[in-house]
Design a protein around this ligand. Structure first.
Ligand SMILES: [Zn+2]
Ligand SMILES: [Zn+2]
Length: 367
């Protein structure tokens, strides 16, 4: 008979199968990721090469030399400023000395003491130094002004050159962008050339061997490939297109699932139906209309799926009344005489518990 059930194994075993399937999917995903990354690391266009090729090297040289010159002038200005600062200190100290000497002389004159030749010489010396410092300070000022003018001039020219080069760079940037786009597209094609055949293999495996012994392997591999394809598409194609690919795929999956569910109700599969019947019998409900099966010890009881587990079996009544029984609500026959051994058996389950006689379930018997 064809109602042979697949052996699902104990739950630990099933758990291990699921666990290792997940591990396998992750490993497949990683492996694909490494290969795809290696493809992605192929060198793209080089901006410097492109610049060398398309931009006048003289201009670049000029820009560099301008930069050097500006730096040099700035360095000079800062050196002169430093010197000026030192000079200022020296000037103020010589000024102080001079003032002290003058004051000293003035006091001496008040006392009618004529200053000695040495004192006069010292005063003259300090005056001379003060004036010399002043003069040098002025000279330095002039130099700094000159340097500043030079700097302004240089910076102006540099700015002009910069804008000129900027203008020349624009087509180079565009070219670079174009080359990158082409490179990116090439990489995407190579990646898909690797992934799409794998996707095809996964699909063929899925449609051919789904439901077989190695289904978890097929699922793990398939999910890894599909995810990687999605990631690659997302990386390389503008999100504008990717969005549609994603939503259409999701829509296809959802429609497929809905159709499957609807078909399952309209044309129930034997397995599915059997599971439904089995569960209903376990809880003593009519499998067709869910009305309670009140026979034997349950004749005057009330229960739900939840409470029936806690119900104590009545000790006085017989365990089960061995008579045929039809659902009083929907008149489906639920217990009947076995045609082979004459004992009472469940009408909607495949095998007679007394003699083991098996018969096909009528599928789609929903009224
Ligand atoms: Zn019923
Ligand atoms: Zn039988």
């Amino acid at each position: 008979m064809s109602t042979q059930h697949k052996n699902k194994g104990p739950w630990v075993h099933r758990f291990l199968v699921t666990f290792f399937s997940v591990i396998m999917a992750i490993l497949c995903f990683w492996l694909l990721g490494f290969v795809v990354d290696d493809i992605g690391s192929w060198p793209g266009p080089n901006y410097e090469d492109l610049e060398k090729e398309l931009l006048d090297p003289v201009l670049i040289e000029k820009q560099k030399s301008f930069g050097d010159q500006v730096a040099e002038v700035k360095r000079q200005i800062s050196a002169q400023n430093q010197r000026q600062k030192l000079l200022r200190d020296s000037t103020s100290s010589s000024q102080k000395t001079m003032n002290q000497l003058l004051e000293f002389q003035r006091l001496n004159l008040q006392k009618n003491v004529t200053p000695s030749a040495e004192e006069q010489q010292a005063l003259a010396e300090s005056q001379r130094r003060f004036l010399a410092n002043q003069k040098q300070y002025q000279l330095l000022n002039q130099t700094i002004v000159q340097f500043n003018e030079q700097l302004t001039h240089l910076e102006g020219e540099q700015r002009d050159l910069d804008t000129e080069i900027e203008k020349l760079r624009k087509p180079i940037d565009e070219q670079y962008h174009r080359l990158w786009g082409r490179h990116d597209f090439k990489i995407a094609i190579f990646k898909l050339a690797l992934l799409l055949p794998l996707l095809l293999v996964a699909m063929v495996l899925f449609f051919k061997f789904r439901g077989g012994t190695y289904t978890p392997l097929i699922y793990a591999f398939g999910i890894a490939v599909v995810l990687k394809v999605a990631v690659v598409m997302h990386e390389h194609f503008p999100s504008r297109y990717f969005k549609y690919v994603l939503i259409l795929t999701a829509l296809a999956i959802v429609v497929r699932i809905l159709v499957y569910l609807l078909r399952m109700i309209a044309f129930p599969k034997k397995d599915w139906l059997l599971r439904q019947y089995r569960e209903a019998y376990e809880y003593f409900f009519c499998p067709i209309c869910a009305y309670p099966i009140r026979r034997g010890p349950l004749k005057y009881r009330f229960w739900t799926r939840r409470t029936i587990k806690k119900m104590a079996p009545s000790s006085t009544a017989k365990m089960a009344e061995e008579t045929a029984y039809a659902c009083p609500a929907c008149s489906t026959g639920l217990y009947e005489k076995c045609p082979q051994c004459g004992e009472i058996r469940e009408s909607l389950l495949p095998t007679c518990q007394s003699c083991g006689n098996t018969r096909e379930l009528e599928s789609a018997s929903t009224p």
